[in-house]
Design a protein around this ligand. Structure first.
Ligand code: PLP
Length: 362
């Protein structure tokens, strides 16, 4: 990392590749000879069209997105989709939700505004420290979709196998695992995520949606801005898109391609996560909170068992340049978010720091 930068373990907004930030800084006053910043640029120019079209193509290449899926760059963050999904997909007004944490629960509660949302599985009984068995769920006969939050940012769990939806479209919030490993897009009806963890500035939400799910037949009263079809027909330019944010996303896609794509990212992320989990598994002071088989590669929550010691650790870590290690305000303890842009070295020196802290405070 460049001098003055910290190791930022924030769950989001989160660390981005340094070279992307540097490039954006270089282009801030004069993008590509236009004499202006992308922030100042009309989205109806050929320069901007090239930016958004290239971003979409690079994302398609990275995720191997088939032609029968549309890619949308929208605004309103991931949370806007909690409503947009039922408004567009709830034809029978029934959907099944798998509750693996607060984000899934929020989406579930929002869906109840629009129809019948069923919680068909939950890991609330053990404070969301595992992913429930989803091989044979009581999927509703007339469910319009089955909903998951694929990586649970707060609790640090991840679906390693997708649920058996019994033929219903799978809808997944991938906000905190976006582009962290290869995905088979064909297994989903709709994939979406806020970009502020692995991809870019908060506010932008990317939606990848199968064509047959895009219809004019939305729930009565659905605002125009909340209709997928409007955004599909206008190629994400129905209104002014979050133009600068999309430009940064595009740079991160280029960076990912240069790094070797999602296969390489998976190797990189597994390496980092293993360093941290291996340490936690042998430590007498620090303990991971998630069952081994469901551990996230992106968010790693851990505790010492003593609130006092947790607070001391967070404080001393911050002073040493490791910031945002405090666990979510509803959970306590610590959480290290180690997204794509976190270098292996960042995790290695965090573990060295934890070792030292353990020895000193044993
Ligand atoms: N879904 C998940 C998995 C998240 O981690 C977050 C937030 O950080 C959200 C949804 C909400 O995203 P936003 O703040 O962009 O609405």
């Amino acid at each position: 990392f460049q001098m003055g930068r910290v190791y930022n373990f924030s769950a989001g907004p989160a660390v981005l590749p340094e070279e992307v930030l540097k490039e954006a800084a270089e282009e801030m006053l004069d993008y590509n000879g236009t004499g202006m910043s992308v922030m100042e640029m009309s989205h109806r120019t050929k320069e901007y069209e090239a930016i958004i079209n290239t971003a979409e193509q690079d994302l398609r290449d990275l995720m191997n997105i088939p032609d029968n899926y549309k890619v949308l760059f929208l605004q309103g963050g991931a949370s806007s989709q909690f409503a947009m999904i039922p408004m567009n997909l709830m034809k029978n007004k029934v959907a099944d939700y798998i509750i693996t944490g607060q984000w899934a629960k929020k989406a579930y509660q929002e869906a109840k505004l629009f129809g019948t949302a069923n919680a068909v599985a939950s890991s609330a009984d053990k404070t969301f420290t595992y992913i429930p068995d989803c091989s044979d769920l009581p999927i509703s006969e007339n469910a319009d979709y089955v909903y998951i939050c694929e990586n649970n940012t707060i609790y640090g769990t991840k679906f390693k196998t997708l649920p058996n939806t019994k033929g219903k479209p799978l809808v997944a919030d991938v906000s905190s695992c976006f582009l962290s490993e290869p995905v088979d897009v064909t297994k989903y009806g709709l994939i979406y995520g806020g970009v502020q963890k692995n991809i870019g500035p908060a506010g932008v939400v990317i939606v990848i949606i199968r064509e047959d799910l895009i219809t004019e037949d939305t729930l009565p009263g659905t605002p125009t801005m909340f209709q997928y079809k409007i955004h599909v027909d206008n190629e994400s330019m129905y209104n002014t898109p979050p133009a600068y944010g999309i430009y940064i996303c595009g740079k991160v896609f280029k960076w990912l391609k240069k790094m070797g794509g999602l296969e390489a990212m998976k190797v990189h992320n597994e390496k980092k996560a293993q360093i941290l989990y291996d340490f936690l598994d042998q430590s007498k002071m620090f303990k991971g909170t998630v069952v081994k088989e469901d551990r996230s590669l992106m968010n790693v929550p851990f505790v010492t068992g003593s609130e006092e010691l947790d607070a001391k650790f967070v404080k001393e870590a911050k002073a040493a340049g490791f910031v945002n290690l405090k666990g979510h305000r509803t959970v306590g303890g610590m959480r290290a978010s180690i997204y794509n842009a976190m270098p292996i070295e960042g995790v290695e020196i965090l573990v060295a720091f934890m070792k030292e802290f353990e020895e000193k405070n044993a």
